[in-house]
Design a binder for this molecule. Sequence first.
Ligand code: LLP
Length: 432
Amino acid sequence: MYVSDCLTLNEKGHLAIGGCDTVDIASAFGTPAYVYDENEIIANCRAFSKSVERCYGGNGMVLYASKAFCCKEICRICGREGLGLDVVSGGELFTALSAGFDPRRIYFHGNNKTHAELCQALENGVGRIVVDNIFELRHLSELAARYVKTAEILLRIKPGIDAHTHDFIKTGQIDSKFGFALETGEAMQAVKTALQLENISLAGVHCHIGSQIFDIDPFELAARVMLDFIAAAKAETGFEIRELNLGGGFGIQYLKSDRPTPFEDYMEKVSEVIKSYSGQLGVKTPFVLIEPGRAIVGAAGITLYTVGAVKEIPDVRTYVSVDGGMGDNPRYVLYQSRYEVVCANKAAEKRDFTATVAGKCCESGDLIQEWTHIQPVEPGDILAVLSTGAYNYSMASNYNRICRPPVIMVKDGQPRVVVKRETFEQLTQNDI
Ligand code: LLP
């Protein structure tokens, strides 16, 4: 009925998440609030792990891309589920370590890791550092020598695939701030440098071709391009790269009309390519990693708001203003992302009212959704925006000095706070 299996209509005609009435959650914890169903997150973790296990045997691993939603509790959940973690900043790394996440299962990404971040990674013994550029490679070698450690690295490669155009252009992505280019020979040079440098151990290569991708073809092509590179590196240096990290990007359903490819199909097809093509190229089948972010948490989360002013502008449109906005969900403003919106306390009624859902920020563009179909609403109603589990909390800001909402985790019908609502005191705590 809804875009996510964890959402249902209960006997009161209210929207429920994980068996919990969202209207009760709103009155118990206030709005705006992010609400997640833990069982849905767990089911997604298990589905990915199972699929990797089935397609690669013991020769693969799932990393959760924590940029999609990072807090201690999600790190604990992913840790318990046996996933590794992709972090991209000192802050994400700190969060994971504070949650007791095993550092050996952490992969540290980023195109411009600071000196302090590289030190933090080395001091804490993160499993892999994904090196983005030659400056970082040399810097890391020097630092690792100072720490008397060997940094296990992957090299981030731009495979030259733009997954966002339908006939993906093989050279388009050379213009990207991430990684080493293949076409120019930069990537091969990086392999040679990594093999020469002290205190560096080259474990593998990484690529990430984009996000919210619905087709399998660009993923297959990326796998081929990366295997070609592994084979070419073997031919040139005699060294065989063991790990292939194919990044994330698996699309999810935001609207009921969205038709993302089931990731099992992706896993099946891409693993077939990897197994058969590596054989053809005469290289060992690499250890394969994938880094889903959105697909683990996106559909497991919703945002609850309270409706304030409803402003009908005759012959123009009706604005329904809520107590949140671009501060807690900047994705419509940034990408015109589509979402389903449901009036949680009138969920059984028809969605025959066309509205523009606006936030409370002092900015005309502060919209959550335009021309969306919802139930007829009035002030005090609870509005739920669905599939907001990925890149909403993690991209939230304090614009207009609005406090960021809490995160409520529901498990087996029981809600609990996993991130508290920000307070005015916290907003001003660093002000002198
Ligand atoms: N691995 C790497 C290296 C990445 O850069 C990303 C996402 C992922 C994994 C996870 O991708 P996912 O499975 O979540 O698609 N803010 C944008 C999304 C930016 C994604 C950045 N990198 C949004 O709100 O749609």
